[in-house]
Design a protein around this ligand. Structure first.
Ligand code: SF4
Ligand code: SF4
Length: 335
């Protein structure tokens, strides 16, 4: 039996996975828990919480381990994780992915950025940041992001046996998908070997932000707005779909575009920005200006529809996430 490196006041070592539906964090959580229980003789539990259960929306997976003489009677979400695995870097714009971390928690991010850049981006004062290019590995090995993240998570949790996990991967795939066994194992191993870490000391006099539980306000007859009025209606203008992209995004080449609008006809999220400009003869025509990446979910339907290869696939680059390479369509609208 192995010992847990640290535990909270209830005796638990806790992991939280921050992800989007479709990247496989739920399965990764279950596999982590199985490795702890079956491979390391710990007590363990894994469960997930979903939003709208839509592919591309934010999800969380929670894993809890303890020594076998401790019972797990706590199935509440992990609020103070010892390890956080962030499956999509852009999540940090809309979700407080580092909520509740300790000074010595480990934060693993799927990214091509450096640890210092991620520290800046996530506004971390100190602690250990681990980074792995899980999307890049998954694309190269033609496998899934969760396998690369799982490999990196095993490196962060040395009490879990990576060899045991490889056996679980083999066993769960070889009957139905034997051709997927080797790519999955390679992806897992690359995640394990390619993750890099850096620890940043807390500057003198600084402390980690205090953990604050976000309670949902209870609306009752005394607290609800007069007449039950909805004062904050939903508004899709502010929606940021960049977290829904699972690794690829379209790139626009103005030179090849014939402004036929085939891309706009298939785009489910009205990402294409047009402007009325004079054509060669001075007549007003609509010309495609580019893509508003704030609303692009990376489905790549537009790339398939484009007859001139003016649109092509490229690796999702977070510098465009939530931004627009062209004037925002609503900059010109009356808001
Ligand atoms: S489908 Fe291609 S050529 Fe047509 S408007 Fe879109 S980008 Fe331009
Ligand atoms: S990939 Fe293309 S079709 Fe899909 S949401 Fe983005 S711009 Fe629209």
């Amino acid at each position: 039996m192995v010992s847990l490196p640290k535990v909270n006041e209830l005796g638990f070592f806790e992991i939280r996975l921050e992800s989007i539906g479709g990247l496989g964090a739920n399965l990764a959580g279950k596999m982590l828990a199985e490795a702890g229980v079956m491979g390391a003789a710990l007590n363990g539990v894994s469960f997930s919480s979903y939003g709208s259960e839509k592919k591309g929306s934010a999800v969380k997976a929670h894993i809890r381990f303890c020594e076998p003489d401790t019972n797990i009677r706590d199935t509440s979400p992990v609020e103070r994780p010892h390890v956080v695995g962030i499956f999509h870097e852009s999540l940090s714009k809309t979700v407080n992915v580092i909520s509740g971390i300790y000074e010595d928690s480990l934060v693993l991010v799927n990214s091509v950025k450096s640890t210092a850049e991620l520290k800046e981006k996530m506004k971390l004062k100190g602690g250990t940041i681990a980074v792995v290019d899980a999307i890049g590995i998954a694309l190269e090995e033609q496998n899934r992001v969760n396998m690369a993240m799982l490999g990196a998570l095993f490196r962060l949790c040395p009490f879990l046996d990576a060899e045991f996990m490889k056996g679980v991967i083999r066993k769960s795939l070889e009957k139905k998908y034997p051709q997927a066994v080797q790519p999955a194992l390679r992806t897992f191993e690359r995640g394990y070997n390619e993750v890099v870490f850096e620890t940043f000391a807390l500057p003198e006099g600084e402390t980690m932000p205090a953990f604050v539980r976000q309670d949902t306000p209870v609306l009752g007859f005394e607290t609800q707005p007069l007449g039950g009025v909805i004062t904050n209606p939903g508004n899709s203008i502010l929606k940021d779909l960049s977290i829904s992209r699972a690794g690829m995004m379209p790139q626009f080449d103005d030179e090849k575009c014939i402004h036929c609008a085939a891309c706009d006809n298939v785009c489910p999220d009205f990402c294409f920005v047009w402007d009325e400009l004079p054509d060669k003869k001075g007549r007003p025509q609509m010309f495609l200006q580019g893509i508003d990446y704030q609303y692009c979910k990376g489905c790549l339907k537009c790339v398939k529809a484009c007859p001139t290869e003016a649109l092509s696939e490229e690796r999702d680059d977070d510098q465009y996430a939530g931004q627009h390479r062209v004037p925002h369509r609503f900059d010109r609208a009356v808001v």
